[in-house]
Design a protein around this ligand. Structure first.
Ligand SMILES: C[S@@+](CC[C@H](N)C(=O)[O-])C[C@H]1O[C@@H](n2cnc3c(N)ncnc32)[C@H](O)[C@@H]1O
Length: 210
């Protein structure tokens, strides 16, 4: 048994709500690029441990990670989720409603960079930011996340190892280069303290210093 299978078998269990989300993604002919169950579980735990109240998600798809993030909130708290495609955001909202959290989420649709500018105009600030959208913009999303973060906030990014390609210097590919730049900024920015966990496709966790 591989390490990932071991972790998966021991720490994730059947989850009818999340299964329904995955079913709806397939039923709508969408590619399932939701986070895997162990990353979903980690997101729930990180939100709980951090005590975050205001969460920002960049990349909603069908609402899988959205449900996992809201599950980590206590009775208070809200998710703001950014999604390029109107129909994906609608599906995500339906799924979050089915999970019992319909009034705990707000979607902004269109280019996330425009939505981030809008959030800045609205003077919104967040305690937890999850980045899981187009890889080309990861460095921009990190820049925005630092601007929109409350002191002590967590900034979490998915797919930061790209199947191990980030550490193979002979591998030249634009998306991998953007992720390398994202990881380097996370590691070196004096405003952050960060680490990457090698689970799933690699998950980066940065904390904004107070
Ligand atoms: C990997 S999926 C997100 C999966 C989701 N976080 C989950 O685990 O359930 C990436 C999502 O980002 C969205 N996306 C891609 N480019 C975007 C952009 N420029 N602005 C906003 N959303 C974007 C895609 O439409 C897609 O739904």
């Amino acid at each position: 048994m591989k390490v990932e299978e071991y972790i998966h078998s021991l720490f994730t269990k059947d989850d009818a709500v999340l299964e329904q989300v995955l079913w709806s993604i397939r039923a709508n002919g969408m590619r399932n690029i939701s986070v895997p169950p162990e990353i979903g579980k980690l997101l729930t735990l990180l939100v709980k441990i951090s005590g975050a109240k205001e969460i920002l998600e960049i990349g909603a798809l069908g609402g899988y990670s959205g449900v996992c993030l809201i599950r980590g909130l206590g009775k208070e708290g809200h998710l703001t989720s950014l999604e390029l495609k109107e129909n994906f955001a609608q599906l995500a909202h339906e799924n979050v409603k089915k999970a019992g959290f319909g009034d705990r989420v707000t979607y902004y649709t269109g280019e996330a960079l425009n939505s981030l500018e809008q959030l800045e105009k609205e003077q919104k600030r967040f305690d937890f930011i999850f980045i899981d959208a187009d890889k080309e913009n990861y460095p921009n999303y990190l820049e925005w996340s630092i601007k929109l973060a409350n002191p002590g906030a967590l900034i979490v990014g998915d797919n930061v190892l790209r199947g191990g390609r980030v550490c193979d210097n002979s591998y030249i590919d634009a998306q991998t280069d953007y992720i390398r730049a994202f990881n380097e900024r996370l590691a070196k920015d004096p405003k952050l303290e960060s680490i990457i966990l090698p689970i799933g496709d690699g998950i980066a966790i940065g904390r904004v210093k107070e």
